[in-house]
Design a binder for this molecule. Structure first.
Ligand code: 16G
Length: 252
């Protein structure tokens, strides 16, 4: 179906369904959702949409600016509007202690990892502190580029005490699965999230432009007995993730 057919007002514009620019905005969003307007494709010019729909240009402009506010289209000076290439964001709950593999599986996505580093190393001062390591002990490190359905989403650098993970080479797909098999899966975690602009190297791995927004996340997770099991520093693509926290009114 062409966009002109899809926008034929006989199929969707009604008196009862609220303001006309809202109806047009909804129709154009549906065109993107249904793939009639594909990412990167130009949006028909304002006057053309006005002709097809028999709406005023003011109405069309309002609908288009709403799409731009939502990031569904990108307006380029002089050359019109284009459907944005952004990917739908993944929502991750901040109240459940889940693994990347589990998070993606729940969304029907296949997770893959590219190893950036995996082995036993001399710990950095940060690792000694965060993992409460004894003097002279080494640390297990797993650094991975994590993707969902082939799309890179995050760079994760996990450090663990060696009595919790003596052989990092045994982790093939899921770290938490490997820990669970040893009866050492973390049950509680603290997470610190901050905004960053991606550096050249991280941006290249995540296949985005250098300098775009990202999220830095530090997770410290604990075993039932209170011992630190994992200290992970991650860089997430800012355009692909929403972290969602549920808040409740305290009864105290
Ligand atoms: C999540 C955790 C990370 C953990 C990983 C294990 C965040 C920010 N990070 O990505 O700390 O190491 O899951 O995933 O949520 P895996 O079991 O699939 O290897």
């Amino acid at each position: 179906m062409t966009i002109a057919d899809f926008l034929d007002p006989k199929g969707w514009l009604t008196r009862e369904a609220g303001p006309r620019y809202v109806q047009l905005h909804k129709r154009l969003s549906e065109a993107v959702a249904q793939g009639i307007l594909r990412p990167g494709a130009p949006l028909p010019p304002e006057r053309e949409i006005a002709t097809i729909t028999d709406l005023s240009r003011v109405t069309v402009r309002k609908a288009i600016s709403l799409l731009a506010d939502e990031g569904l289209i990108v307006q380029k000076q002089g050359s019109g509007s284009f459907i944005s290439n952004r990917t739908p964001r993944i929502e991750q709950s901040l109240s459940r202690l889940t693994s990347f593999t589990e998070d993606m599986a729940r969304r029907g996505k296949v997770s893959t990892s590219r190893w950036l580093e995996r082995g036993l190393f001399m710990p950095s001062p940060d690792e000694v502190l965060m993992l409460a390591l004894a003097a002279e002990s080494s640390v297990a490190r797993l650094a991975r580029l994590r993707s969902a359905d082939g799309q890179p989403l995050a760079i994760e650098r996990a450090s663990l005490p060696t009595d919790i993970l003596p052989n990092p080479l045994l982790v093939e797909t899921s770290l938490y699965e490997a820990l669970e098999a040893r009866g050492l899966r973390p049950v509680r975690a603290l997470q610190k999230i901050s905004a960053i602009n991606l550096g050249d190297e991280d941006a290249a791995l995540l296949e985005v432009n250098p300098g775009v927004a990202g999220l830095r996340i530090e997770r410290t997770s604990y075993l039932e007995n209170g011992r630190v099991a994992e200290f992970t520093r991650s860089i997430y693509r800012g355009d692909a993730y929403n972290f969602v926290a549920e808040l409740r009114l305290s009864k105290e």
